[in-house]
Ligand binder design. Structure first.
Ligand code: SF4
Length: 366
């Protein structure tokens, strides 16, 4: 991992800043405002994305706010400039999903990822602006997806990584019918200032228990655990150096107004006296490939790359982690050139240790 690649694997686009929910842990600063992306912004992104998709796999991830709050007609207008070779993904809270949205997903060959935090009691943070729980609306949206045979993945925020709850959590997602599950231990970032420091032994035991539950019935792809096992297998084969990409994917996030923030979507919409608005350019004025070619002209990006070198020099987990995410450093320690964060302890270090604990226990029991 050295430097930032000029060709991304995907671009994140914000069709609207608006979200119809107001989750307690949300990092988005403008989620009560409906600032919609214009079609010229989408056309500017498509000019680059269509070329990348002609060379190999390339995706657009529609992210919000809540992307479905933009409405079907507007989302269709934003998707129209993209060639059929471009894959479309949407990250949604599912509360607006109904029969018409399911038809839209099928018509546009859109891959759906639902944000849901497990059984009802785990979704207490997920409320609307009136403070009303969103769980029943999320469940109704998922039921619509299942009724229409729309495959979906799930993204689960875990606020309390309790080992004793891990098996039931995984069981919930088996019943939900998702094909892929991503687990995010709650992060302290954006406007979410809730502390994310946990007892290390407890987090480690959580990942071990989750791995054990998955091994008993691995019908759902469990993103973090499968990646960790792939890494462990590569270490045993001596091929781990080939596993991480050579450079950071720039992950360009294109905001509603065409502004581009690199590496961490969570920085979009924020300003800082030292770093300004974190933007590396605007697609309405500069082609996206030119913005990416000049990635290291952005001061905070250079500072982040220095932090990654600090990780390489000082962290035993670097080969697995690769330096984690810029936004976690900024929101936890106020800079990009620090190294250890609560996020990387929860979701990188303890993850690797917990999965290996499970493997050890399994070997002992054989
Ligand atoms: S685990 Fe933390 S300190 Fe280690 S490489 Fe990752 S981000 Fe850096």
């Amino acid at each position: 991992m050295r430097g930032v690649a000029e060709r991304p694997a995907y671009v994140v686009m914000q069709p609207t800043t608006l979200c119809n929910l107001d989750c307690a842990y949300c990092y988005l600063p403008l989620r009560a405002a409906n600032r919609r992306m214009s079609v010229p912004v989408a056309e500017a992104v498509a000019a680059a994305a269509n070329g990348w998709a002609a060379e190999g796999r390339f995706s657009v991830v529609w992210h919000g706010g809540e992307p479905l709050a933009a409405g079907r007609a507007h989302l269709a207008a934003l998707m129209a400039p993209f060639d059929p070779a471009v894959e479309h993904h949407v990250q949604t809270n599912a509360t607006l999903v109904d029969d018409r949205w399911c038809a839209f997903f099928a018509d546009h060959d859109m891959r759906v990822s639902v944000s849901v935090d497990g059984p009802r009691a785990h979704n207490a943070a997920r409320v609307d602006r009136g403070g009303r729980p969103a769980y029943d609306r999320i469940a109704a949206g998922v039921a619509a997806l299942r009724r229409h045979g729309v495959a979906f993945s799930a993204l689960c925020v875990v606020s309390d990584p309790a080992p004793e709850a891990a098996a039931a959590l995984y069981g919930y997602f088996l019943d939900l019918g998702c094909d892929v599950l991503g687990i995010n231990i709650e992060e302290q970032e954006g406007v979410n200032a809730r502390a994310n420091a946990h007892d290390p032994a407890r987090v480690r035991a959580f990942w071990a228990a989750l791995t054990a539950a998955w091994r008993r019935d691995p019908r759902v792809h469990l993103r973090e655990v499968e990646w960790t096992l792939r890494y462990a297998a590569a270490v045993l084969d001596g091929t781990e150096d080939a596993l991480l990409p050579r450079q950071f994917d720039p992950v360009p996030t294109v905001a509603h107004d065409g502004g581009v923030v690199l590496l961490s979507p969570e920085l979009a919409g924020f300003t800082d006296p030292r770093y300004g608005d974190f933007s590396s350019g605007n697609v309405l004025r500069t082609p996206l490939p030119a913005i990416l070619a000049a990635a290291t002209d952005t001061g905070w990006v250079r500072e982040f790359l220095r932090g990654v070198e600090g990780c390489r020099a000082g962290c035993d987990y670097f080969g697995f982690c690769g330096g984690a995410h810029a936004a976690n450093r900024y929101f936890e320690i106020g800079r990009f050139d620090g190294t250890v964060t609560n996020h990387c302890q929860n979701s990188k270090i303890r993850l690797l240790e917990g999965v290996l604990d499970h493997v050890d226990a399994h070997e002992r029991d054989r």
